[in-house]
Ligand binder design. Structure first.
Ligand code: MN
Length: 496
């Protein structure tokens, strides 16, 4: 344990409250319960499950989360209103995050009240919440812009009236590490103090870490940094910064961080920036020749976090920065053996694809390698005919005629949609030969509009071997079929 921090740093996750306040995000009670269960399993101490005053659906979700018997403390956001506090108590929450505006800007302009009036409301709410048997975290909204003397007095009296914990809310992301070093120590002496930051200026992580180093004992976080405007302090970044940069052992099950991130991204519908720290798609992907070469010899040369630590895998992709070492490694994984001259030619062509702005998939590499090595190519699978139907009041159906190793096979299948039916019928057609699994399916539209060229990438596996391949067409179903057939040919020809 590092002496910089208090023992037993805690995490309050507010993905389900502040995270859900992201414009356009709305989670249903089932999704909220699923996320809450995963947060508890990953080791979060407190789950802010929602804002009980928001809606009937929100109350239903909070009640179900409170009843689920999770190992985490279940908290709800409340204003200084008896009605809000009654909701929290009646729904079975353990604690309330009682938020009181503390900057003169918020007190005068938002509430049109005086400091004394707001303080009186806060004390009344603290006492009422305690009388209803709740743990109270008294939280100063817009604390970064508050008169710190007033904030200290409010917190001191709030604790005297029964508040169990305090929270410094950097509501609009104006805290700095320097201000945290000045503001946090006197407040942390009053009672256990949480820090709640927003990322409007990209300082959420830095200010949260500074507050923790200066006596705060709990970080308010959200998964993926989801939250209003630019979001909240990202859970995964605080955990990994503590562990990697400061050598502080958290009790978080780090290997579950990536699957939790994926779940939240899926349910919230908010995609992650590809270069997001820790959980972004490219966070453990290498293309550059020199870097990829270094990583192949010793991963720590260009990786500060081991991907397995957060439940991820390292990925090498080819492109214009690829050197001959990564191309050769990829080729040998596919059982191609090029001599030095052939390898130079393959690298040259791969770089050309990259220069043309293309993502280089395994299929591209295979095509290049086969062209350069002048391999004869008799595809195992060849498409003869394909149709797919869907519409209202019918089950989506796809039918196909394929040449499988020179033999004609016809089949049909149904699915959840026409693409799903197409995937099913293709897999069924080769079932006698091989069990091919579709591991991942991804669509990109290359231009806007319904006439866009659609780029489908599939990841297929057979007996533990995994390949990716791509199809491009203005017809999403044909792009999917093309990607699938190219990939299946790769797997069935054994060149993996
Ligand atoms: Mn907030």
């Amino acid at each position: 344990m590092s002496a910089l921090f208090v023992n037993n740093l805690r995490f309050l996750d507010t993905t389900l409250r502040d995270g859900e306040q992201t414009p356009g995000v709305s989670l249903n009670p089932d999704q909220k319960l699923e996320i809450a269960a995963r947060l508890a399993a990953v080791g979060v101490d407190v789950i802010e499950a929602g804002s009980a005053a928001a809606s009937e659906g929100e109350r239903d979700a909070i009640r179900r989360i409170a009843d689920a018997g999770l190992s985490a403390e279940i908290c709800t956001y409340v204003r200084a209103l008896h009605q809000d506090i009654d909701y929290a108590a009646d729904l079975g929450a353990d604690s309330v995050h009682l938020v009181i505006p503390v900057s003169d800007l918020h007190i005068a302009k938002k509430l049109r009240k005086t400091r004394d009036e707001v303080a009186a409301m806060a004390y009344d709410a603290v006492e009422y919440a305690k009388s209803r048997g709740l743990i109270v975290e008294l939280s100063g909204e817009d604390a970064s812009r508050a008169d710190q003397q007033f904030l200290q007095e409010l917190f001191t009296e709030g604790v005297r009236r029964g508040a169990d914990r305090l929270c410094f809310c950097d509501t609009v992301g104006l805290l700095t590490p320097e201000k945290a070093a000045a503001f946090i120590p006197p407040l942390a002496k009053i009672a256990p103090l949480s820090i709640h930051c927003h990322d409007d200026l990209g300082f959420a992580l830095a200010s949260t870490m500074a507050a923790l180093k200066n006596g705060a004992s709990c970080a308010h976080v959200t998964v993926n940094g989801l939250g209003e405007r630019a979001g909240n302090t990202p859970f995964e970044e605080v955990v990994m910064a503590l562990e990697i940069l400061y050598g502080y052992q958290t009790r978080i099950k780090k290997e579950e961080i990536f699957s939790l991130s994926t779940l939240v991204s899926r349910h919230s519908g908010v995609p992650l920036p590809i270069n997001k720290a820790v959980v972004g798609e490219m966070a453990f992907t290498h293309e550059s020749g020199i870097h990829a070469h270094g990583v192949m010899r010793e991963p720590s040369t260009y990786e500060s976090i081991k991907p397995e630590m957060v439940g991820r895998k390292r990925r090498m992709v080819l492109g214009k920065h690829s050197g001959s070492a990564s191309v050769e490694a990829a080729l040998s994984e596919m059982n191609y053996h090029a001599d030095e001259k052939q390898l130079r030619e393959i690298v040259k062509r791969i770089k050309k694809l990259g220069d043309d702005g293309k993502r280089v998939t395994d299929t591209d590499l295979m095509a290049v390698a086969e062209a350069v090595l002048a391999l004869q190519c008799h595809p195992f699978l060849k498409l003869r005919q394909f149709t797919a139907n869907s519409g209202s009041h019918m089950i989506p159906t796809a039918s196909v005629t394929l040449m499988v190793n020179g033999q004609e096979i016809t089949g049909a299948a149904t699915g959840d949609g026409p693409v799903d039916a197409a995937m099913q019928v293709l897999r069924n057609s080769v079932r006698d030969v091989a069990d091919i699994q579709l591991e991942e399916y991804h669509v990109d539209a290359i231009r806007g509009g319904t006439d866009a060229l659609v780029d489908v990438t599939v990841r297929l596996s057979k007996d533990g071997k995994i390949i990716t391949s791509r199809g491009a067409s203005t017809d999403i179903i044909m792009a999917s079929v093309e990607a699938m057939i190219a990939g299946m040919n790769r797997l069935l020809e054994g060149r993996t």
